[in-house]
Design a protein around this ligand. Structure first.
Ligand SMILES: CC(C)(COP(=O)(O)OP(=O)(O)OC[C@H]1O[C@@H](n2cnc3c(N)ncnc32)[C@H](O)[C@@H]1OP(=O)(O)O)[C@@H](O)C(=O)NCCC(=O)NCCS
Length: 182
């Protein structure tokens, strides 16, 4: 049992070490997606995952035409699901693990984890932190540097720490460009 966990951990570490250090040309990007699939990432067609990213576990599911920019981190203590056409800016963190607040002897108490869902079409800017249990609604925008700890409704823009809705007037329709991509 313990040996199995160690072998799995080494396998994830080796895939991360190779995949995250490949360059960002189209062939290497495809190879990187293939390597992540070897550690059970489920992905749709044409994923782009740039270098420097780290996937800490097995529970990443991404849809069609997802774009993940450089040096993002996926803590996969619980699943992270990115819908079709989701774009993620560089250095964004997906944090699924949390702790109960413990006693004064050790405030980081019992571990708990909750999944993150980013619905189709959403755009997350660079250097965001997405917290455990959050759902980001379809077509929404998370501005650069935001810390998202509550669900984001569809087709709004949120910004800040903690993230607050700043714009509720985003177009909810599908553009000609969006239809052409289907
Ligand atoms: C969100 C973004 C797209 C701008 O959207 P927008 O609808 O044009 O927003 P506006 O410029 O009209 O700003 C609306 C409000 O949000 C605030 N805001 C916008 N971006 C913000 C940010 N990153 N952090 C904090 N507040 C922000 C503005 O200050 C303004 O606030 P106010 O109404 O209180 O004055 C842009 O700011 C952004 O963050 N882009 C991401 C860039 C990035 O990460 N690039 C990496 C490549 S993926």
């Amino acid at each position: 049992m313990m040996l199995g966990a160690t072998v799995r951990a080494w396998w994830v570490a080796i895939v991360n070490a190779v995949a995250s250090n490949l360059p960002d040309d189209p062939f290497s990007s495809r190879l990187r997606a293939y390597l992540y699939r070897l550690i059970s990432m489920h992905s749709g067609t044409a994923p782009t995952i740039k270098g420097g990213c780290r996937v800490n576990g097995y529970r990443l599911r991404i849809g069609n035409r997802v774009f993940i920019n450089r040096s993002c981190y996926f803590d996969l203590s619980a699943p992270v699901v990115l819908g079709d056409n989701v774009v993620v800016g560089h250095h964004t963190l997906f944090v699924t693990a949390d702790h109960e607040v413990g006693t004064a002897q050790r405030r980081a108490g019992a571990v708990k984890a909750a999944p993150i869902v980013v619905e189709e079409g959403a755009w997350i800017g660079c250097q965001c932190v997405i917290m455990p249990g959050v759902t980001i609604g379809h077509g929404s925008v998370v501005a650069a540097g935001a810390l998202v700890r509550e669900n984001v409704p569809p087709n709004v823009m949120v910004a800040g720490v903690p993230a607050r809705v700043k714009n509720t007037a985003l177009d909810a329709g599908v553009s000609a460009e969006g239809r052409a991509a289907e």
